[in-house]
Design a protein around this ligand. Structure first.
Ligand SMILES: [Zn+2]
Length: 108
């Protein structure tokens, strides 16, 4: 596995509103409109991540491509993950998963 750097986050800027449904971050949480395309894609990605672990119960971690919706959602919270190469998804157990934007470096 290539070396990954999960300490990518740049300094947090001010939280913004969703560019699609105009929802606002309150107390660190955003409640998108149910028709919001960003929220729908994020939910689909989360389901796909969960299914990956259900299909391979020995798997504890995997890398996948970053979706544009994840870049947009991070930006709503003031984070710029547009320069990351992948999302490292870790199964924490109990139905919880950790998603970390990472930069991949060639260790050679
Ligand atoms: Zn939205």
């Amino acid at each position: 596995m290539p070396e990954v750097n999960s300490t990518l986050y740049r300094s947090r800027g001010l939280a913004r509103t969703c560019p699609d449904c105009r929802a606002v971050v309150r107390d660190g949480v955003i409640a998108h409109d149910e028709t919001c395309p960003i929220a729908r894609i994020i939910e689909a990605v989360k389901r796909s991540d969960a299914n990956t672990f259900l299909e391979d119960t020995a798997l504890t971690q995997f890398l996948r491509l970053v979706t544009v919706a994840e870049i947009q959602e991070a930006a709503i919270f003031g984070d710029d993950i547009s320069g990351c190469d992948a999302i490292l998804v870790t199964n924490l157990g109990g139905g919880f998963r950790l998603r970390q934007p990472v930069i991949i470096r060639d260790a050679s």
